[in-house]
Design a protein around this ligand. Structure first.
Ligand code: LLP
Length: 415
């Protein structure tokens, strides 16, 4: 087992203990060097054609991290009015924002229209509603290419059994609805699901979407969605990263085929979320109790399911490293379950893992926590969401979001 934290010099000039004592635990810590390198990989994906990467900010919407994504040349997609507002606040111009909602009100659509943000509609009803508020306008439509993929059924968003998108057999009705409101469909988009390491389903969806694209008048853009996987088992099983180089070649070949057949070059886009920030984020927590119930050993930490929901919600695996006396330890491995401080038995961060011996006072580092970590945190059990710290390029830490205060939690009662 190789230490990711040591191999990447993750804490920069700080140390885990120094960060924990300055900012408290639990704490989300991000490494700017790792983040920028992953963002560069994404923004340079397709070089042969006009190409844009929309960072899908639902994965991590920290304002400062959004600004780094903007600096690295990424555009963004938003799922809600809140995400649009945050992107505008971060400095994204409207033309770099793509609103890809699902089941939203006319008011939420109006916000986009009034701010010149292009909207994608993902059902005939939503297209109809959009037509009533913006007749004669332009929009995109989200299509279901018939293939889905993802790490869990809850995050597969195309193929059968999904609430998302417009299917092939609905296209005639869709065109009729657009015509009724004189809407111009200038783009199509898809998102097949989240986290694939095998690119084949995605490539198949590209083929299908490009076939569907032939049924449209000349499109300004075609957006293939996100989903590129991250190796969550890189420390425990030496899992290899997503092979972008071979993926890029196959992807580009499909685009070549479309350009030749369609006779024009649209702007191509993808929409990754997880890949951008996942590996650049570590969640740091403190062990407050170690105990053995029946024959199961538990390490009780301050990382509750309210801080990181993924293991509880999807049974997701995150590699874990243990820090004892301010050093990564590999001593005396034993099987242990790491849990949080929430009053549910499902409040588990890492189940029955072979890990170095853990004692009270140690620090637990949950790897690959930069995506869908803080973004899905809550104040369940009236707990304050943690702070976020960025290890900057010069190695020094900077607070990029303070922890919730009690006042933050009680503000809603001031009525
Ligand atoms: N575009 C759309 C329309 C999406 O719905 C999503 C993710 C993305 C792009 C970005 O997908 P990514 O590259 O991050 O896989 N909470 C789950 C993941 C949910 C993803 C939802 N949609 C998790 O923690 O695994």
């Amino acid at each position: 087992m190789r230490s990711y934290l040591e191999a990447t010099d993750f804490w920069g000039s700080a140390s885990a203990e120094a960060l924990a004592s300055e900012f408290g635990t639990p704490l989300y810590v991000y490494n700017e060097r790792i983040i920028r390198s992953n963002l560069k990989r994404l923004s340079g994906l397709i070089t042969k054609y006009p190409y844009v990467t929309n960072y899908s900010i639902k994965a991590n919407s920290n304002l400062y991290l959004l600004q780094i994504a903007l600096e690295e040349g990424l555009s963004a997609d938003a799922m809600s009015e809140g995400e649009m507002r945050l992107l505008l606040k971060a400095g994204f111009p409207p033309e770099k924002i793509f609103f890809v909602p699902n089941n939203v009100s006319a008011d939420e659509m109006k916000f986009a229209v009034e701010h010149n943000i292009i909207v994608s509609l993902d059902s005939i009803d939503q297209l109809d509603l959009f037509g009533t508020i913006n007749p004669g306008g332009k929009c995109s439509v989200r299509l279901n290419p018939g293939v889905g993929a993802g790490h869990h059924e809850k995050v597969v968003t195309a193929g059968k059994n999904t609430k998302f998108a417009i299917t092939d057999d609905q296209l005639d009705e869709m065109f009729a609805t657009a015509a009724k409101h004189d809407l111009r469909i200038v783009g199509i988009n898809q998102h097949i699901g989240s986290l694939f390491m095998d690119p084949e389903p995605f490539l198949k969806s590209v083929v299908n979407l490009l076939e569907m694209a032939m049924k449209f008048d000349k499109l300004d853009f075609i957006d293939f969605g996100g989903g590129y996987g991250v190796p969550y088992h890189k420390v425990s099983e030496d899992e290899q990263p997503f092979d972008f180089d071979s993926f890029e070649k196959k992807f580009e070949a499909l685009l070549d085929g479309f350009v030749e057949k369609a006779g024009y070059v649209p702007l191509f886009k993808t929409e990754p979320g997880r890949y951008a920030f996942c590996e650049g984020g570590v969640l740091l927590g403190r062990v407050h109790a170690v105990k053995t119930n029946a024959d199961r050993k538990f390490a009780g930490t301050d990382i509750g399911m309210n801080v990181l929901a993924r293991p509880t919600l999807y049974g997701s695996w995150h590699d874990v490293e243990i820090i004892h006396d301010n050093k990564v330890t590999t001593d005396d491995p034993e099987v242990i379950t790491i849990v949080g401080n929430i009053c549910e038995s499902g409040d588990i961060i890492a189940k029955e893992r072979l890990l170095p011996k853990i004692t009270t006072g140690d620090l637990v580092c949950v790897l690959d926590a930069g995506a869908y970590g803080y973004a899905m945190a809550s104040s369940y059990n009236v707990r304050r969401r943690p702070a976020e710290v960025l290890i900057q390029l010069d190695g020094t830490p900077k607070l990029i979001r303070r922890a919730d205060t009690w006042e933050d939690l009680f503000r809603g009662f001031e009525i």
